[in-house]
Design a protein around this ligand. Structure first.
Ligand code: SF4
Length: 688
């Protein structure tokens, strides 16, 4: 009997999970089956390593878990239909809604894990086909304050340096981020840098793994970032640790900033921050005296009603000390999803076109109207949370979502679920069944990252090309392809590209920071970091080396803003949300892996031993958690990693959805909800 062929091919691609953007190889057998995943040894970021999520990629896209054909809801059941029927019916429903209620009654939510090409197509579909700026994605609930805050102070809302700078700095400050759980390969590199002698400061209410090895851990109270940073600035200015020549040559607004922190002494914020004046002074001196210091931050900065102001405070700190524009420095947001930077760059935001060109700017309006050859909507659109709110108010009727599960990931789940149920047309394109897809009128089968060509932009602005390794299961399709087909059903040729490269080329021609990129250029190495243009044909590893896009950087005074919902007698604990090493986002991909699921199979409530004792709660015993918005039941994990008065819950688990509890109070600038702090009560439950 002849042996079956064992030849395998290797396709280089990029991990589909977090914003680190590790390089992976997909091993495909002669029958076209995915038979293995391995790290790329020479990849400049991951350097031959992957975390457990990366190693488990194959489970996330297995054909037997996938949606393979379009599905239509009839009453409470889904029935398979053809693409032609699905797109014809969807286009008719869109026409009816827009004829009756106007263009702005429809909107699109794109995906931070879809390619740049898919995201570019999504925003063009919204703007040039639906004629609305109602386009958004999950950056709204992770780093929208980064985009808004750094745009104001530096002129560009992205990581200023590169991940390799971790090994070129004297001091790393990690604030409001937990990289060993969420950006695990990068977290491991911070450990390595620490072992090589780099100093490490962690500022976080929780005792993260990095906090345990840090030189100093400032365990501040949730939401007191601005008070703490302003007190550090006070010490730096008082002790003349500022970089005066940098301030003089490259910044404006120093006098106003100095006046605003004159009375904010470390002693004056001890109570509000929970951090001793001695520790605040020590960290301020360490940062102010370092030749090179690098700030890495995450959602412990952005997910507050003060999110944009928190980002501005960090920017003030880095600028005053001249810690920007050189190797081993910078202000560096750790973006969550593998292409959240790209989805923002592509203009999947209601107020900017691709490349952060404002929709209210007449020059940008003309540029895109001419580039696309048709009139476009001129007023900023609704955010994703704005769309759900408008639906409940009866002013919004139809939504197209791909690659996101807002029922699990957005705050106040009951409110989101009610809005999705009320939607007259809900179209969800997905790999697998999700909580949001369960409520859809139509579910469209999407192609995974391994089944399409395109590009992803990681957290250090590196645009990497991905090649298809597999065929999509059944009749699943890439997102820009079905958006193109839907546009044609609506009578528009606006998306009439022939291939992914044509989408990229059109995008690059309209997006200044991508203008020097092409597929052939990206394929020569492991991608290019934007801006990549005539003045930087090989890309840019460090932003703002000689100038800022706005000329001089702006120092802007900011003042402490209290959390929206402090604890009280009825809800005496603060709940913060966190993420776990073994899972990702809504869990729709990582929870398909039996290996990852075995590690953490269900939600947990992390609670301090003192609070657990007071409430008669035992390790792993069932508990009920209640906020003003909802109630869930889960299990207790008793740990000193959270201080007394604070409890923490991951949001990956639909069985114990922490977003039933979270608060929708928003940052007024970006509409970022305050996911990092809300008041709850916890009670023990009888053993189940
Ligand atoms: Fe993937 Fe992020 Fe893990 Fe790298 S660190 S393997 S990008 S999940």
């Amino acid at each position: 009997m002849a042996c079956a062929t064992t030849a395998t091919s290797i396709v280089k691609t990029v991990c589909p999970f977090c914003g680190v953007g590790c390089g992976i190889n997909l091993k495909v057998d002669a029958r076209g089956n995915l038979v293995g995943v391995e790290p790329q040894q020479s990849h400049p970021i991951s350097r031959g390593k992957l975390c457990e999520k990366g190693w488990s990629t194959a489970y996330a896209i297995r054909p037997d878990n996938r949606i393979t054909e379009p599905l239509k809801r009839i009453k409470d059941r889904f029935y398979p239909i053809s693409w032609d029927q699905a797109l014809s019916e969807i286009s008719e429903a869109i026409r009816d809604i827009q004829a009756e209620s106007g263009n702005d009654a429809m909107g699109v939510i794109s995906s931070a894990r879809a390619t740049n090409e898919d995201n570019y197509a999504a925003q063009k579909f919204a703007r040039a086909v639906l004629n609305t700026n109602n386009i958004d994605h999950c950056a709204r609930i992770c780093h929208s304050p980064t985009v808004a805050g750094l745009k104001q102070t530096l002129g560009s809302g992205a990581m200023t340096n590169s991940t390799k700078d971790i090994f070129e700095t004297e001091l790393i400050v990690v604030i409001g981020a937990d990289p060993t759980e969420n950006h695990s390969v990068l977290g491991g590199q911070i450990f390595d840098a620490r072992q090589r002698g780099v100093k490490l400061v962690v500022i976080d209410p929780r005792v993260t793994r990095l906090a345990k090895v840090a030189d100093i851990h400032l365990q501040l109270k949730p939401g007191s970032n601005i008070a703490l940073i302003n007190a550090m600035l006070h010490v730096i200015i008082e002790q003349k640790l500022c970089d005066t020549s940098f301030i003089h040559q490259r910044c404006e607004g120093f006098e106003g900033l100095a006046a605003s922190v004159e009375t904010i002494t470390p002693e004056s914020v001890e109570n509000s921050t929970g951090v001793s004046a001695r520790q605040i002074r020590a960290v301020a001196e360490l940062y102010g005296q370092a030749k090179t210091a690098m700030i890495l931050y995450g959602m412990g900065i952005t997910q507050f009603v003060s999110g944009t102001q928190n980002v501005i405070a960090l920017s003030n700190l880095a600028l005053v000390c001249g810690q920007i524009g050189r190797p081993g420095t910078g202000i560096n947001p750790l973006r969550g999803q593998n292409n959240v930077q790209g989805a923002c760059d592509m203009g999947c935001l209601p107020n900017v076109y691709p490349g952060y060109q404002a929709v209210t700017d007449a020059t940008a309006q003309r540029k895109f109207a001419q580039g696309w050859g048709q009139p476009i909507a001129l007023q900023p659109g609704l955010t994703s949370l704005g769309m759900t709110k408008a639906t409940l108010a009866g002013a919004f009727r139809g939504l197209i979502i791909f690659g996101e599960d807002p029922v699990v990931t957005d705050p106040d789940q009951n409110h989101v679920r009610a809005a999705m149920k009320k939607m007259e047309l809900l179209v969800v394109a997905e790999l697998t069944m999700t909580e949001t897809a369960r409520l859809a009128d139509y579910i469209l089968p999407a192609a995974s990252f391994a089944e399409k060509e395109g590009t992803f932009t990681n957290c250090e602005r590196r645009v990497q090309h991905i090649a298809p390794a597999l065929s999509p299961p059944g009749i699943a399709m890439g997102d820009w392809q079905w958006l193109k087909a839907l546009a044609e059903k609506l009578g528009s040729q606006a998306l009439s590209w022939s291939c992914s490269e044509a989408v990229f080329d059109e995008m690059a021609s309209l997006t200044p920071s991508y203008q020097g990129m092409s597929y052939s250029h990206l394929q020569q190495a492991h991608g290019l970091q934007w801006p990549c243009n005539q003045s930087a044909p090989e890309g840019t590893a460090i932003l703002h080396q000689t100038t800022f896009p706005i000329g001089k950087a702006r120092l802007i005074p900011v003042h402490q803003i209290a959390v929206d919902e402090p604890p009280d007698d009825q809800y005496p604990l603060i709940l913060t949300t966190n993420r776990l090493h073994f899972h990702y986002g809504c869990g729709s991909m990582t929870r398909k892996s039996p290996l990852l699921e075995r590690e953490t199979p269900a939600g947990l409530l992390f609670i301090n031993p003192q609070d657990a004792r007071n409430l008669l709660i035992h390790r792993y015993s069932p508990v009920g958690v209640r906020s003003r918005r909802g109630y869930i039941e889960t299990r207790a994990m008793i740990t000193d990693d959270v201080p007394p008065g604070l409890v923490a819950m991951p949001y990956h688990f639909r069985e114990a959805p922490s977003n039933q509890l979270t608060n929708t109070a928003q940052d007024p600038v970006t509409k970022m909800p305050e996911l990092k702090a809300c008041a709850v009560s916890v009670e023990p439950l009888p053993p189940g």
